[in-house]
Design a protein around this ligand. Structure first.
Ligand code: EPZ
Length: 419
């Protein structure tokens, strides 16, 4: 896919109001979950991002019909007649492993290729596979493909996760909602996107209790019906726009998102000296003055500080007074944006899982290349606070998770073009 470039003229304080898009990490599992329904599902507040388009291509391959207009995605699973996803589709989107649980839950079988590692590290799926085996699935791994069969149908079980993996928790829920009997997930991931998936499935007639907590109980049902559901707002996109305001010393307000969804990271921006408060249903952010460092930031599973917000907060602290120390505990290789920030004049030293950022007076525009989704977002927010012109190439990474990013930034007064 040919990637375009973003050209940003920085050091212009952002201002204005922006509506936060629907959450990428909620729409992806919910689109997969629509396979479990007997009839049509209507998803509102769906973001126009390439991962949503990839999801529609996967559903179309399986025989589903999808209609995506404005921000509403209508899915009709009635003609689904396949349970395999070819390698080229699996490789387009790492999170397509989520179709393992959805296809097993819907049809009791699936054949997927191993979703490749990605820029963040090897991204193994051992926990996914072990969890499916606990539900009675026979898993054959050969020549890079995963063949799952369950001749007697899935049977509920108790599954203890060694790590609260988001995708594994979602795959278990998707496989268990139509399994025979009760499934209990111990040490489940607690991310808000999991709660959104459970709310969608319960609206379709499932029986899921405890989503958002460490123990989730699912009682299997014979059939699920479709429903109309509005996807939750994207808290990571919200953090990205707050970082853009901080980098550019601007003041913005975010519409369409409740501040309770941002609790795991908002305190870091407040510690830096941003004034953030809720006003007339919006999150109001004033970052006009020189800010302090973020102190010590450790990424952790929810409700800890989100790993997805680490790259954009790193951009935000590059010009803050003092030293900010990051410890990335979730992914092995999530500092790939550091080289580009250093190229723009940042003072950052990476030692193993730690990254030490010493604030500098200014950043300067440079030619950089997006390395991954949130790393690319980090370069974009840093560019908004840099003197001169920044050119970001490989922006297909950014387009995976941000809806029309240049339109959003332009609405806030940023000078940015795509070419
Ligand atoms: C989800 O990825 C998100 N993606 C990620 O967002 C997010 O960073 C991550 O959760 C953590 O919050 C989607 O929701 C589509 P994990 P996921 O399973 O499910 C290891 C973004 O930028 N692990 O909780 O893949 C894994 O390697 C993306 O929006 C195993 O070892 O995350 C990682 O180190 C990036 N074996 C850690 O657990 C397994 O079987 C956390 O992974 C599964 C995971």
């Amino acid at each position: 896919m040919s990637c375009q470039k973003l050209i940003i003229e920085g050091a212009r304080p952002l201002s204005g109001e922006i509506k936060v898009q629907g959450a990428k990490n909620s729409v992806l599992p919910i689109v997969a979950a629509s396979l479990l329904c007997e009839d049509e599902t209507v998803l509102e507040n769906c973001p126009h991002i390439s991962d949503t388009y990839t999801s529609c291509r996967i559903l179309n391959h399986l025989g589903c019909r999808c209609k995506f207009s404005a921000n509403t995605l209508v899915i009709n699973p009635k003609d689904t007649d396949k349970t395999d996803i070819p390698d080229e589709l699996m490789q387009e989107m790492r999170s397509s492993i989520i179709y393992m649980g959805a296809l097993l839950g819907a049809f009791g079988r699936c054949r997927l290729s191993f979703p490749g590692g990605c820029e963040l590290g090897p991204r193994p799926v051992d926990m996914h596979i072990n969890a499916m085996k606990r539900l009675g699935v026979r898993v054959l791994e050969e020549y890079g493909a995963i063949e799952c069969v369950c001749p007697k149908g899935l049977t509920g079980n108790k599954i203890t996760l060694s790590y609260p993996s988001v995708g594994t928790t979602e795959n278990i829920i998707l496989a268990a909602v139509k399994a025979k009997g009760e499934t209990v997930i111990i040490n489940a991931a607690r991310e808000p996107e999991i709660t959104d998936l459970a709310k969608f499935l319960n609206k379709c007639g499932a029986d899921i209790k405890g989503a958002g907590n460490s123990t989730v109980v699912i009682n299997g049902k014979d059939k699920l019906h479709g429903c109309t559901y509005s996807i939750m707002p994207d808290r990571i996109a919200a953090a990205t726009y707050i970082s853009a305001a901080v980098c550019s010393r601007g003041e913005i307000s975010l519409k369409g998102i409740d501040i309770s969804l941002c609790e795991s990271f908002i305190s870091v921006f407040e510690q830096m000296g941003c004034s953030i408060y809720v006003y007339d249903g919006c999150i109001y952010v004033n970052a006009a003055k020189k800010l302090r460092s973020g102190g010590k930031i450790i990424t952790l599973p929810h409700p800890g500080f989100p790993t997805d917000v680490q790259p954009v907060v790193m951009a935000a602290v590059c010009k803050a007074q003092g030293i900010t120390i990051f410890e990335e505990t979730v992914f092995e290789n999530r500092y790939r944006h550091v080289d580009s920030l250093v190229k723009m004049g940042a003072d950052i030293n990476v030692v193993g899982k730690a990254a030490v950022v010493t604030g500098v007076e200014k950043l300067y525009g440079a030619k950089v290349s997006a390395t991954d989704l949130r790393g690319g977002a980090s370069m974009l927010t840093a560019a908004l606070g840099a003197e001169g012109i920044t050119e970001i190439s490989e922006i297909c990474h950014i387009d995976r998770g941000y809806e029309n990013i240049e339109k959003a930034i332009s609405l806030l007064g940023g000078k940015i073009i795509r070419k």
